[in-house]
Design a protein around this ligand. Sequence first.
Ligand code: TYC
Length: 102
Amino acid sequence: MATRHREDTVLEAKKSKVKPPPMFKVLLLNDDYTPMDFVVAVLQKFFALSREKATQVMLKVHREGIGVCGIYAKDVAATKVEQVKSYAKQHQHPLQCVMEEN
Ligand code: TYC
């Protein structure tokens, strides 16, 4: 990080000691019962994905068993996981969502 003084002269270059926060992947897990349309709607509602991108992520999870919805700071990721699980439960679908440090 450059420290600038009078006349905008660079006097020294200091290394920032502030580490970026650890980031967490939010992952959806496949199951045999949750409707594909519901998963697409969840990805649009909670992860702000377009219908096209949400469909791609849903199909990846359907085919491969797991897929990334997004990458967030810890508290944001934890909130998204709870929102998805709660919404799925309300609608009586077994959709599972987990987080994992990146
Ligand atoms: N496998 C589900 C089906 O065939 C669809 C599905 C996709 C479920 C992604 C969960 O995270 C999931 N209806």
